[in-house]
Design a binder for this molecule. Structure first.
Ligand code: PLP
Length: 413
């Protein structure tokens, strides 16, 4: 038993796949969330980059409230005003030519759709994915996810014999892997789970050139990099590249689950009618949230905000100058600090001692994905906190504190 009935219930009944924090968050606003005792945390996790417009953005809240009273769910075979509005808004911000959209509810579903549309769109079945890439956890998307620990427990059910993995950034491997059997090359322009690694200009541009030459598609996974996160509406805009398809989710609807695969008409037109589907995809409630979030992003210039604040944030992080830091890298407000040791004790200390929520990305990296609306004062506070934990935390002592904080009887996961 812990101090909290909510924590007890969640630890008792959850499937157990999540490494739960010892805190119960009950409320969020902007860049801050509060726990059940009313303690505030600056949220640089936002559900791995979901709340780009901030938690409970007033426009999103209003749109959801109004739409909930009007119509929440509707088959995608029945056209709807909110869905039409959302598609129009989305296509207006997408790169030129990506004007056909399959709607679903999550990132992994967007990857599944991309995979099926790539197969029917090209009549080919092989894929090129990249090492350290992350594409989601359904069995189809998992085939593109490189990290073995995500795949190995499931044995042969994760069939990835149709996927060739190449080193991220290696032009020779890229050129050798893409053949006239390749349906698509799939990559993130900044690897998120893989450690916050921006791709080189040459790699992304060569991926565009070689796929075009060999009749394959280039599909960019913008699930984490999309919607202003990197300082442009979509990460691929930094590279001057227009792909044949983009997978989207996370921040698209201001915190409400929405996923999408946006593609060219040439790709969409080859999918047989009924070849794919989704019950909840494109539901009016999520669409209303999406319209409000997209308009807020445009009106408040959130990509611009991410560009300026990201540069400021990274400059301040670099100025910490701790000998424990190997590298500060990122694009916009997608920032990773690679340490020379495991990042987990520092992430825990940031939460417990400083009230700052961050994420790991590979064992050595502390990842910062704050709302794009975060203030400079809040960034200053996060950097001061980070400098303090780098100074004060001694990982061995911290490990003992972590064990002590664990609820008695709870297995250490
Ligand atoms: C989060 C993420 C996914 C999976 O999205 P879910 O909504 O969790 O299914 C896929 N690709 C990338 C790059 C992601 O960051």
């Amino acid at each position: 038993m812990t101090q909290s009935k909510w924590l007890d219930a969640e630890l008792k009944y959850d499937s157990g796949v999540f490494n739960k924090h010892q805190v119960v968050i009950t409320r969020g606003q902007g860049a801050v969330v509060w726990d059940e005792q009313g303690r505030a945390y600056i949220d640089c996790m936002v559900g791995a980059g979901v709340a780009n417009v901030g938690h409970s953005h007033p426009d999103v809240v209003r749109a959801v409230q109004e739409q909930a009273a009007k119509l929440m769910v509707l088959a995608q075979t029945l056209p709807n005003d909110r869905r039409a509005e959302f598609l129009t808004e989305l296509v207006s911000v997408l790169p030129q030519g990506l004007d056909r959209v399959f709607l679903c509810n999550s990132g992994t579903e967007a990857m599944e759709a991309a995979k099926k549309f790539a197969i029917t769109g090209t009549g080919r079945q092989r894929f090129v994915a990249v090492k350290r890439g992350f594409a989601g956890r359904s069995l189809g998307a998992l085939a593109f996810t490189w990290e073995p620990k995500y795949r190995e427990p499931f044995g042969e059910a994760v069939d990835n014999r149709h996927v060739d993995f190449i080193t991220y950034g290696n032009l020779d491997e890229l050129r050798a892997a893409v053949t006239d059997e390749t349906a698509a090359v799939i990559l993130e322009v900044v690897q998120g789970e893989g450690g916050v690694r921006p791709a080189s200009l040459e790699f992304v541009q060569e991926a565009r050139r070689i796929t075009k030459e060999r009749g394959a598609l280039l599909i960019i996974d913008e699930i984490q990099t999309g919607f202003g996160r990197t300082g442009k509406m979509f990460g691929c805009e930094h590279y001057g590249v227009i792909p044949d398809g983009i997978t989207l989710a996370k921040a698209m609807a201001g915190g409400v689950p929405v996923g999408a695969f946006a593609m060219t008409a040439a790709v969409a037109d080859r999918m047989p009618a009924g070849g794919h589907g989704s019950t909840f995809g494109g539901n009016p409630l999520a669409m209303a949230a999406g319209v409000a979030a997209l308009r807020a992003m445009k009106r408040e210039g959130m990509a611009e905000q991410a560009r300026e604040k990201g540069a400021y944030f990274m400059e301040k992080l670099r100025a910490i100058g701790s000998p424990k830091i190997r590298e500060v890298r990122g694009l916009g407000l997608m920032i990773g600090v690679e340490l020379k040791e495991k990042s987990a004790p520092y992430i825990t200390a940031l939460e417990h001692d400083e009230g700052v929520l961050t994420l790991p990305a590979t064992p050595l990296v502390v990842r910062f994905l704050p709302p794009l609306t975060i203030s400079r004062e809040q960034i200053d506070q996060v950097v001061t906190s980070f400098a303090r934990v780098l100074e004060n935390v001694n990982p061995r002592a911290d490990r003992q504190a972590e064990l002590a904080a664990q609820a008695p009887g709870q297995p250490a996961r």
